[in-house]
Write a protein that binds this ligand. Structure first.
Ligand code: ADP
Length: 355
């Protein structure tokens, strides 16, 4: 992205010197957005590869300074969407704007303001982390060496690689490589950082580190990242778009998605004449579904049930009483399960498949 060099050098000269370590200047304030605070907007965005409809009429809106998770199973169309936003592949329908600029007409301008981490970033194994960042920085900055060095030190600190700065990248762990990838992607203070499955191949420690860095960066930029790991989404994102088979099945702030679950689930383990109880409570109007699973006999019960209800207060008052109305049934455990993103995801995806 050499087009950014003039802009970048001015930026470095004017902003780096007084920064506290580990932080970065606010890139997004450099240019106002024509459309309020919307960084990415797609309308009916579509992409077909022959018969395969990889992305079907996608309407996305990513707000400035959000951490926007793009969630979906493999093959959902996430990478294809990212490639269209970066101008790396052309849409076959609809339109997309980044910073109000058209992805087909103005992709060079867009790319000069976007940091991108590909799914499986490649590095020269014999270069050190510092050399790797120097190499990238020279595409963006043409200012004095000391200014570039400061920016690199600051970036190394931001991603926790200061102690490894002079080690060859070939010896880095997966997590360290990914952190270097993020460092590289945000070296020019991008207004938007796009990360394609940044934590997918990492162990839990590596994932935690990457998520922590993303949280740190949210103050300075907007982050759009794709993932299929639900727990990461719940931990770090504020907005989520869920894709399945090329289609958007939901897009909302995470809190709203979780609050909007229509059903609450009660769980219990029990033994006795369970078929009779199952038939009885299955007729109650506030019961949505009952799923039954066998449990090992030494658990003191023979089955574990998950009972989804549509009327929580009534269920709280009456469910256990209804189950225990049979003298033959013993309940050994009873509780309520909070819905998490996994429930929402499964429900939305299943609903989409029924239609
Ligand atoms: P995700 O990133 O969510 O895993 P992708 O965007 O990579 O999904 O893929 C979406 C669909 O498009 C898949 O069915 C995939 O096989 C197909 N696809 C992606 N790229 C190509 C391509 N270059 N040629 C043909 N089909 C493709």
């Amino acid at each position: 992205m050499p087009q950014a060099s003039t802009r970048g050098s001015a930026l470095v000269g004017s902003t780096t010197s007084s920064l506290p370590s580990g932080s970065a200047p606010i890139g997004s304030t450099r240019s106002s957005l024509p459309n309020g605070n919307i960084v990415v907007e797609t309308i009916g965005l579509s992409k077909s590869y022959g018969q395969i409809q990889a992305v079907k009429s996608l309407d996305l809106r990513v707000k400035q300074h959000s951490i926007f998770a793009f969630l979906g199973p493999n093959g959902a169309g996430k990478s294809t969407t990212i490639k269209m936003l970066l101008g790396l592949t052309r849409p076959t329908g609809g339109s997309a704007k980044v910073f109000g600029l058209d992805v087909q007409e103005q992709s060079v301008d867009i790319r000069s303001r976007v940091g991108y981490l590909a799914q499986d970033p490649r590095f020269y194994g014999k270069m050190t982390a510092r050399q790797t960042l120097e190499f990238v920085a020279h595409f963006f900055y043409s200012g004095p060496k000391s200014v570039i060095d400061d920016r690199i030190d600051e970036t190394l600190e931001l991603v926790g690689l200061t102690d490894l700065a002079d080690r060859q990248v070939g010896s880095f762990s997966g997590g360290e490589r990914q952190r270097l990838g993020i460092a590289q992607a945000q070296i020019n203070y991008p207004d938007l950082l796009i990360l394609d499955e940044p934590a997918a191949s990492l162990d839990p420690m590596g994932r935690r580190d990457v998520l922590t860095i993303m949280e740190r960066l949210r103050k300075h930029t907007t982050i759009l990242y794709s993932t299929h790991i639900l727990s990461d989404v719940q931990r770090v994102s504020d907005t989520v778009a869920i894709m399945n088979k090329g289609e958007l099945v939901a897009q909302a702030p995470i809190d709203e998605l979780l609050a909007g679950t229509e059903s609450v689930t009660f769980t219990m383990t029990l033994r006795g004449d369970l078929d009779a109880v199952h038939s009885h409570i299955g007729t109650l109007p506030w019961i949505r579904t009952i799923s039954r699973e066998a449990v090992p006999a030494d658990a003191g019960a023979s089955e574990a049930w998950s009972v989804a209800v549509s009327d929580e207060p009534t269920a709280e008052r009456e469910l256990l009483r209804a189950v225990l109305s049979s003298d033959d049934v013993v309940v050994t455990n009873f509780g309520r399960r909070r819905h998490d993103l996994e429930d929402v995801f499964v429900r939305l995806v299943e609903r989409g498949e029924e239609q």
